[in-house]
Design a protein. Structure first.
Length: 465
């Protein structure tokens, strides 16, 4: 039966016409990624990222894979480096994903997509894979937006909708401007309109828009950029499709708020690349490195490149000179070093108090806080907190604890430490199923699936998955 199934898969194979379009598009992504990857985005190499092409109702084509084949994929006779699976996930979407534990771009293919569109979409999804891998703690790039905010976005606010429509018109005009001076002036107008609208929109939704433009907007920028680079080559087979794509993007800016059948999130697929191309025109490619290195939004980068905040910068420099900013920074550096030492000493003092030291660790769950006293919460260092008198900690339904004593919380290691009283005052009750209760005047703890151990004065509780 297995042999018959394999033979059937090989006989059926991928549809030749669709396969030809996909393979041609992928070959161009590999070629441009290898030869011009940095011109698309710094350190971006789409030629090194495998791509799954989902052909609805027919199967799945995998290109660019190196090493042992994933399960259920079979080589295609006469097509080197291509493998096929004669099934396609019904709910598949174009996205960055994983296949056999390896980061992979996924592209859903339909009959209307030409080679230029496939080149762009492949690059877009490969960029998501790259951005995820390049993400650094605390940085915006690669983080993504909170997509749940589309459920509360004010789509029925006419003032916001008019402002968004105006932004699209300004970006469209900037794309057609004949001089750098005109583009710079239009960029400043855009920023003034955008910042005014964002003040009314509120910080949370303004942040959503900016992160959406970093996430989908920049991925769409690489789509537009790679297709433009491809079209510069005389042997690119779909220069007509590339021109159509460019026209579609420009028209989309004019109709930014008009298609009510689409999610508002798709607007940033238009504004993101438009601003990226405007930055290319004003600053050249250096804005991309600056955006990542300085943890900027696209809006920040455009404000810098257009001189929108030139007066603010001049005033800040004047103030820094007048009041000797260098001396203040030196003092702040010294103060931070002293503060770190003082906080560490506070922790040492708390944990050195006489009595039982309770250590709680959690595996496979997030150790959260169900109640804090913000006036008595101190940062010791990034990820480490000192609750100086009271805190309620929890981890779903498997752990709850109330401490009426100082607690050191290491959020990185998912550990709590506290001295919870003298031996004679701490009562530990362990049930047959791993249920645990710890009671003292300073702590009340309940846990399930817990391991308890004692080493000297240290009582350790491990909450298991």
């Amino acid at each position: 039966m297995l042999l018959a199934a394999l033979c059937l898969a090989l006989i059926q194979g991928p549809p030749p016409e669709t396969t030809g379009r996909i393979v041609t598009a992928h070959e161009w992504v590999v070629r441009l990624g290898r030869d011009m990857g940095d011109s698309i985005w710094p350190r971006f190499r789409p030629d090194t990222i495998p791509v799954v092409y989902v052909v609805r109702g027919q199967g799945t084509l995998l290109l660019g894979w190196r090493g042992d084949l994933p399960e259920r994929f079979l080589p295609i006779t006469g097509l080197v480096g291509a493998v096929w699976q004669s099934s396609a996930e019904r709910g598949a979407a174009s996205t960055g994903t994983e296949l056999a534990g390896r980061p992979t771009a996924q592209v859903v293919v339909n009959d209307s997509q030409d080679v230029a569109s496939l080149v762009g979409l492949t690059t877009h999804e490969a960029f998501h894979v790259f951005a995820t891998a390049a993400r650094q703690e605390g940085n915006r790039f690669g983080r993504g937006e909170n997509s749940f905010l589309v459920t509360s976005y004010p789509v029925f606010d006419p003032q916001n909708e008019a402002g968004m429509a105006l932004e699209g018109r300004i970006l469209a005009a900037a794309a057609l401007a004949s001089s750098k001076a005109q583009r710079r002036a239009l960029a400043r107008q855009f920023l003034a309109v955008r910042e005014s609208r964002h003040r009314a929109l509120g910080a949370e939704l303004a942040d959503f828009e900016q992160l959406a433009e970093l996430n989908e907007g920049l991925a769409e920028y690489t789509l537009v950029r790679v297709v433009a680079l491809a079209a510069r080559n005389r042997d690119f087979p779909d220069r007509v499709g590339a021109s159509r794509l460019q026209t579609r993007k420009l028209n989309g800016l004019h109709k930014l708020t008009e298609d009510v059948t689409l999610s508002i999130r798709l607007r940033y697929y238009a504004t993101g690349p438009a601003r990226g191309l405007l930055l290319d025109a004003l600053e050249g490619p250096s804005w991309k490195t600056r955006l990542m290195n300085q943890n900027l939004t696209v809006q920040d980068a455009l404000a810098d490149a257009s001189g929108y905040r030139a007066q603010e910068l001049a005033l800040r420099r004047q103030a820094e000179s007048t009041f000797v900013m260098a001396r203040l920074r030196t003092s702040a550096d010294s103060g931070m070093a002293g503060l770190r030492a003082f906080r560490r000493a506070q922790v040492d003092t708390v944990l050195a108090a006489p009595g039982v030291e309770l250590v709680v660790t959690v595996e496979g769950r997030y150790l959260g806080l169900c109640g804090i006293d913000p006036q008595n919460l101190l940062q010791v260092e990034p990820g480490v907190l000192l609750h100086s008198r009271w805190v309620q900690a929890c981890a779903g339904d498997v752990f709850q604890a109330t401490f009426n004593t100082p607690v050191v919380q290491d959020r990185n290691a998912q550990v709590l430490r506290a001295v919870v009283g003298a031996d004679s005052a701490v009562k530990v009750t362990v049930g047959a199923q791993g249920d645990l209760r710890i009671e003292s005047p300073l702590v009340s703890l309940r846990a399930t699936k817990a391991d308890v151990s004692r080493d000297g004065r240290v009582l350790t509780v491990k909450i298991k998955p």
